[in-house]
Design a protein around this ligand. Sequence first.
Ligand SMILES: [Zn+2]
Length: 402
Amino acid sequence: MNNNLIETCCPVCRHTVAAPFFDAGEQTLATLGWPASAEAAQAMPRHRQEYVQCPRCSHVWNRHFSYDAIPYQENPNRMFNKGGIWKGHLAHTRDLLLARLPDSPTVVDIGCGEGHFVRGIAEARKGKGRFAGFDPNATAESGLGVEFHARYFEPLRDTPAFAPDAVTIRHVLEHLTDPTAMLHQLAWGAAALGKPVWLFAETPCIDRVFETGRLADFFYEHPSHFTTQSFRTLMEQAGEVVELAHGYGGEVIYALVKLDVPADVRARADAANRFARQASAYRNAITAQLDELVASGKRVAIWGGTGKAAAFIHQFGADARRFPLVVDSDPDKAGTFVPGTGQQIQFRDVLKSDAAQVVIIPTQWRARDIVAEMEREGIAADQVLIEHLGRLVDFHREAHIY
Ligand SMILES: [Zn+2]
């Protein structure tokens, strides 16, 4: 057995065992601190950096990262965009995306910085369309040519609201604690739009770290380090990966993804929503039936007072004042109390001397056994009720599956 394993959750594939990769110790921020003096620089707080690798998807991350340690609101994430080869890479990826867009597109850039990438797209379309950049840090040059939102993009809410043709997220995912959540929510946000929504994503790629053993890649602001495999794993969670390639000599990796949620997954969410509406209606209907029983003045016993029977009592409001009589087949439970409502549970023999007119059996799946027990023990009742399809139904006289 290998002892060098760590219990932690991979932010890309959710695998829960990782292997130690690089213990960088405690270091200050490297790029977003902007200290004003040598003294301030030396006094900066230090943060734990312990990089681990997921053996399943090969992702590398700092398992001690805290997003709150980074002042994104106060300080810009300055990216140097003027190198010649880099500018060629920017132009290439911009054209890759432009080729997929309609004449007058809506483009949202998440973590846009001063907005150069989305501005480049706007210029290529001569301003025709809507171009929105999101970044919690606003700068003066941000607004030129694009509409600028000085806040985080909330994919579940903002994607349907902006109805983009493309979402770009460049050099952002490696800063996030949970990049998978961002991708899932983008896919869901786009699924409701009924039109193709392209995602262009780009991050640094650490494939070369394995060849070269270099360590300077690992600084606090980048908790996530993508390999080709882990980046692909992440992208596949957002939809159909149409293109995935490297740029800048293999130092960055990017993908063009058609955002989508599989039809069966969407259908399950719809079914859950229907169940939730139905559950609310069912609960109201059965609560009303219990009210009627109370109004009828009949002596009612609830058979069972723990587990699912207690859940029935809770969900339908069968309180101790209106439903004081709770019995159980198990003599060991007699004398204990229903959690939450407080009826004292009695052994079922109490019904022999003082019969109930109505017996409610919350555990309908064992009602047949309980009814047999009642017959065997000579416990009579006018009516036995069970919960079925949003009503209390008569076990002997109405249709049900039990
Ligand atoms: Zn993983």
